[in-house]
Design a protein around this ligand. Structure first.
Ligand code: BG6
Length: 271
């Protein structure tokens, strides 16, 4: 790591703590009552050479593959720390990102991104704001690619998606309807649930994680065995101990006129 590489920033309350790496404004830890909620691979790179595998990668301005790099540039840039505050009840970290040579080369648009992460009690709230500082309207997709740590993925039951349509990314985005009471994972799963009515929740041991958001898509992803083995920054058996449940505006682009702002917001609660 270069000497000038910005270091991760942590804040805490009496109940919880959060750590954000300036590379990607990437949440790498959220602990409630001393217990880690986020999964980060033991093989994740933390040197800015590639997006951090785990935590909460910020996906912007493109979800998935497409004309620019997979999941966009937000998770591949160093962000600027603007503010931290903490007391026993509430703690906040604010990062911003403005265009640079790398982003303009990939996506020739002007913007100001502001990411505000707040912990309070057993909640974490992420507000991701895009301000269009250019002269013209543009479109983007965005998502909070949350990796949760699990004791055993085979026990996970994701609730709140019954009756929802989903696109199966493993079957060329063919559309299906979820008929199960809860979504379970026993193989490679890569789905985009549509028109989600939050909360979406799941149990992790004795705890429940509940997710609300102001966006309508929710990606559920677990790479399972073969894909885990193929990833250089993910240990072979770690698929057993994680699931991604990712709120976002992934299938319908946000159209943002010049001068206007859009905020994606999501709150995760542990109970
Ligand atoms: C998920 C996608 O959001 O991210 C998957 O639905 C993808 O298709 C996964 O494999 C991980 O992406 P990446 O670029 O971090 O390896």
């Amino acid at each position: 790591m270069a000497e000038s590489t910005p270091k991760p920033v942590s804040v805490n309350t009496a109940d919880a703590s959060v750590t954000i790496d300036p590379y990607g404004a990437h949440i790498t830890s959220w602990k409630v009552g001393g217990e880690e909620i986020m999964f980060v691979s033991k093989l994740a790179k933390h040197d800015g050479s590639r997006p951090i595998r785990g935590g909460v990668p910020l996906v912007f301005p493109q979800f998935g593959p497409g004309p620019i790099k997979q999941h966009g540039f937000a998770r591949r840039c160093y962000w600027t720390l603007k503010e931290t505050s903490q007391d026993d009840n509430v703690a906040t970290i604010v990062f911003t990102l403005s265009p640079n040579e790398y982003t303009l080369d990939m996506w020739p648009n002007q913007f100001l991104l502001t990411y505000t992460v707040k912990i309070q009690g057993s909640d974490i709230t992420m507000d991701f704001t895009v301000k269009n500082t250019s002269e013209t309207t543009y479109d983007f997709t965005c998502l909070l690619h949350t990796y949760y740590c699990l004791k055993d993925v085979k026990d996970v039951e994701i609730k709140g998606l019954t009756g929802k349509k989903y696109l199966d990314s493993l079957l060329e985005k063919k559309e299906f309807t979820e008929t199960r009471e809860s979504v379970t994972i026993a193989e490679n799963v890569d789905r985009i649930y549509l028109d989600v009515e939050w909360p979406v929740s799941f149990h992790n041991g004795s705890k429940t994680v509940s997710i609300t958001a102001n966006v309508s898509d929710c990606v559920v992803w677990n790479p399972w065995k073969a894909k885990a083995e193929a990833m250089g920054d993910f240990a072979d058996t770690e698929y057993f101990n994680m699931v991604c449940v990712e709120p976002g505006a992934a299938t319908k682009a946000v159209t943002l006129p010049a001068g206007e702002e859009y905020t994606m917001t999501s709150t995760f609660t542990v109970s």
